[in-house]
Design a protein around this ligand. Sequence first.
Ligand code: GRF
Length: 195
Amino acid sequence: MNIAVFASGNGSNFAAIAEAIKKGEIKANLKALIVDKPKAYVISRAKEYNIPCYIVKLKDFNNKEEYEEKIVSILKPLNIDLICLAGYMKICGEVLLNNYPNKIINIHPALLPAFKGAHAILDAYNYGVKITGVTIHYVNNEIDGGKIIAQEAVTINDDEKIETLETRIHEVEHKLYVKTINKLLEDYNARIIKC
Ligand code: GRF
């Protein structure tokens, strides 16, 4: 199975996936990192893991369709089977969704459908919920929408600081993303008939 990761920022989830592939814990190929922000730290992580990185900026195109067509033109020759969004700060448009139906997944740092959006950890913390967590879901055209594939709960302790909660959530994310990709890989391999 060939995987592409899309990211816009730090890239700790990208690194978790790249590390698991390097160690043989995920038996797949990490073919590309697509980044929309030229200064994103994830770019240096891709260099570290020797993963081809493609920087594609929306503002270089007339519209979102043309931007996504460029991305598809990069991915098609690589025979990508699964796109993992990992802190990719854009909503996927029709071009990506139509070219990769049920093949785009996202990780979100809360128990969806609660706390959608870019500040999910802080929003859950400020709301005072006692249990939050991590969700991995298929991607559709809504922010953090799409069928849920996996979730893991994280308990917020009474004296918890936001910083420790963030750290604990990210630790869960890195493990859950690897585990979920492996589950999808199992399903993918089960569909191949050996003869
Ligand atoms: C993660 O918390 C992920 O759930 C969210 O964006 C964050 C990306 O973190 N969608 P990183 O760039 O992978 O470190």
